[in-house]
Structure formats: C-alpha cells, structure tokens
Design a protein around this ligand. Sequence first.
Ligand SMILES: O=C(O)CCC(=O)C(=O)O
Ligand SMILES: [Fe+2]
Length: 386
Amino acid sequence: MAMTEATSIQTPAPLTAQDHARAMADYSRAGEARAWALGNRGPIRFASDGKLDPAILDSYWTHGFYVFEGVVGPEELGELRADVDRVLARAPASPDADVDRKDGIIKPPYRWAKPLSDPVGGTDANNGRHPVEMLEPTLGESGPAWTVELLDGNLHLMDAALRLYGHPGLLGVAAGILGDDFVPYNEVTFVKEAGLGPSVAWHQDGTTHWTAPDWDMGAHGFNFMTQLYPSTAGNGVWVLPGSHKLGKADIKKLVSGSGSDRIEGAVPMLCAAGDTIVTNRQLLHGSFANSSPDRRITLNEGFFPRKRVLGVTARRLHGVVETYDLTRINERLRILLMAIDARRQRFPQEKAYVYKPLAGREDENRWNETARETVLKNYNQRDMFI
Ligand SMILES: O=C(O)CCC(=O)C(=O)O
Ligand SMILES: [Fe+2]
C-alpha cells in the first residue's frame, strides 16, 4: 500500500507469508536470546516503604522496558479475552460499513488494514514518524480483504478493560515511574491475528518534547501493554533497548545499515499471557507482519508525566492543535477513579489504589450504569497526545 522509497527494502518477487516467516527465523532466534539476557522481568514488587522496587525502576530506565509477570490471573484474563472477542464480533465487515454503526460512539472504534500489509511505513501518516516501509508478504488467495488492527477507546468498549485500568499494582508502577500525579492519555487495543496482522513500521511515539531544553529519557511517558496471549518474536513488538535515552533515532540509517527492516540489535518483548510490559514511548519500536501462527492482542494504557502535559500545546497525529489545561486533565482522570471503583466492585478483596491528587473525590466518581452513559461514553474525546 505504502509508497516505496529508495531506502525501503522490498524484494522484487512477491514474498509469501512462508518466505517472510523463514526470513524472520534467524533474526528471531538471535533476538530472543538477547531479550532473555536483559533480565528485565519479574512480578510487580514494592519495597517496604510502599514504593516500586528501585531495582525494577533501574532496569526500566536502563533498557526502556520491563516485563511484569503474572499481572492478570486466569479469571480476569478470560474476561478480557471474552470482551475483546465480543467487540471484534460486532465489527462491521469493512471500513466503509463503519459509518453505519449505531452505538453512539463518536470516534470510530475500529481501524482496519489489509492483511500482512504495512499501512504507514514510508508515508507521511502520523507526522511522518514511520519513515521506512516494512516487508509486506502476500496473503494466500483464501484470505479476507481486511483485518481489524486496532480498537480505540478500550474503556468504553470493554468493562473488563475498565477494571484492568484500575489495577492497583499497575497504578503503583505508574506512580513509581512518573510520580503520584501521573496523567492518562489513551487506551487502545492492538490486534494482530495469526497470519493476518499488519506490521507497525519502526517509530518512536512522542511528538512534542524532542527538542525541549529540558528533554530527558522520560519526556513522553510510557505505555502499559497487557498481553492477552503470549507475545512472541513473530507477533510481538520489537524494540531497540536503550534507544529512549538517545533522542530521535535515524531509522532510515538503521534499516539501511542492517540491510533489511530487521534492525540489528533489536529484541522482541517476549512474555506470557497475563503479563504487562511497560514500554517507554521514546524507545524505538515496531512490529512485523504477523506471518506466525499465533494471535496477539495487546491492551495499551498510556501515561504521561504531569509536567509534560499540563499547559502544553500539542499537534495530534492527524494535525489538530490542542492545549491541555487542568480542567481537561481532571476530566480525563475521572475515568481512572471510575475504573478503580469498577475494579473494587469486581475484586472486593483487593486493596483499591488511591490516586493521591484526587483523594477524597471517590464518591463523585462511582461506577454505575448512569456513569457509563453520562461520563464514560465517548471519554476518549478527551484523550491527550504529546
Ligand atoms: O502493538 C504494536 O504492534 C505496536 C504498538 C505501538 O506502536 C505502540 O503501542 O506505541
Ligand atoms: Fe508506537
């Protein structure tokens, strides 16, 4: 689909999914070995003062990501999978049928792509942040014309995702990395069906603070990526460890130096179902066409440091310019308080997280069917992007 540039590496003959999987095999084996050697994984741990274990923080800041094991237990995992499947089952058959949805949701919740394609690499899409096209294997004749690659607005689409959003361990991690006054920005689901999932060309996520005088390695926040199925070298997101510390990466040079879209030194973020990866948004990352036999479903929840968003004017990926004031931030934060309450109702034995800047405001933000209609629905109109 995307324009081919001089720097993109395209094979002249059509590349089948089998060819692609073969081309990935050696790279995957080497990447997996490097990934395991990083040692940046384990359960969520807090020190005796209640703060995130400093060794975890250290590892996160060193590598730019950390894998939290066993965040979601089997019962909750089952609920999350069922909710995703329910939303996918309701998807219109094709992108042009999407306008006929009658659910009152303003921002289209589904994003489609051609199977195994690279929708944005080598194009100007997303402010041109994906400069190089990935390999695009061809699909066998029996394949579908479209595959859903993204769901937008997890929290009003799926109750189980709302409850996960209130997870006290994850919110404690957010406070550990960003401080108690962390600010949410958006929640999406990446869908990579086996043998169909499109690629997400190499990129870094941040758009606003790269040249700021006080830029630092945490300037654009992080994403939690909770995996509903195992994340593998074939279906998962790959990253260049440590690249979050180095400013804007020269992606074209990395790809041409590597001789293909398989950037040297990158690692797949491997984990089991129910694990949550925390990934720095400045880390160079991308995912390949999913020519593997394994589905990936990732629930993303993203957070910013407050000082990088409060009072900031930013241009969103589609070009709209916005300024984020405290009212906007607090409106967006109401959803977090509701999620904490939704979780408390479902898992009453857990100690509920207290979001310190809004402590005492819990009663105004209870979760119930009225709140669903009056506060949660279309909450993602207030997403923020830096
Ligand atoms: O899940 C993927 O394949 C891409 C994820 C990504 O780019 C992101 O979460 O920022
Ligand atoms: Fe990204």
